[in-house]
Design a protein. Structure first.
Length: 185
């Protein structure tokens, strides 16, 4: 059996929790789920930087791969943006994570050959372009071995050069526009 990875799953809780739970059940003992649970981060008063640091140190520090579950509105969620950003930072105490996205059956591009990069989280989209991207985006599947392969490939890519793009400014709040418009348009 391949290496068992500590995995952080980033998702829009209100819309995609059922898919997250199904994924964790399907992967069973193939991963260690290190995801945030509801109520773990209640930082309404904390500045963005303090919350980002807490996400990284308390929830992602021991993770080797972050999976972003991509529903129709995931691109507009600040915590998803912060979790991706925390996963991509490379520090002496918290090494960078591998990163992959999974288009959920609810995403408009799920059954299509291509997806609109403006309908996935901007920080993920910034790292999926070119011939040899840092992160890859897959279509929803519940085949354990296939997904474990995706996770292991993301793990191997985490030290890839050049470094991932971490230049985007973190969201200050959730976007408030129709999901179908995307983050640019």
């Amino acid at each position: 059996m391949a290496k068992r990875h500590n995995v952080f799953i980033s998702y829009y809780y209100e819309q995609d929790k059922e898919c997250k739970d199904r994924l964790v059940r399907a992967l069973g003992d193939g991963i260690v789920d290190m995801s945030v649970n509801i109520g773990d981060i209640v930082d309404v008063q904390n500045p963005t930087e303090a919350t980002l640091q807490r996400i990284r140190e308390d929830h992602i520090a021991q993770v080797s791969v972050t999976i972003v579950l991509i529903g129709p509105c995931t691109w507009q969620r600040k915590y998803v943006d912060w979790e991706i950003g925390a996963s991509l930072r490379d520090t002496p105490t918290n090494p960078r994570c591998g990163l992959l996205g999974i288009l959920l059956p609810t995403h408009p591009a799920h059954g299509k050959e291509r997806y609109d990069p403006h309908l996935i989280p901007p920080r993920l989209a910034a790292n999926t372009g070119g011939d040899d991207p840092y992160a890859l985006v897959y279509r929803w599947a519940l085949d354990k071995e296939e997904i474990l392969g995706w996770i292991h490939r993301a793990f191997l890519r985490r030290k890839k050069q050049p470094d991932p793009d971490i230049s985007l400014k973190p969201f200050g709040r959730n976007w408030n526009r129709p999901c179908s418009e995307g983050w640019q348009g």
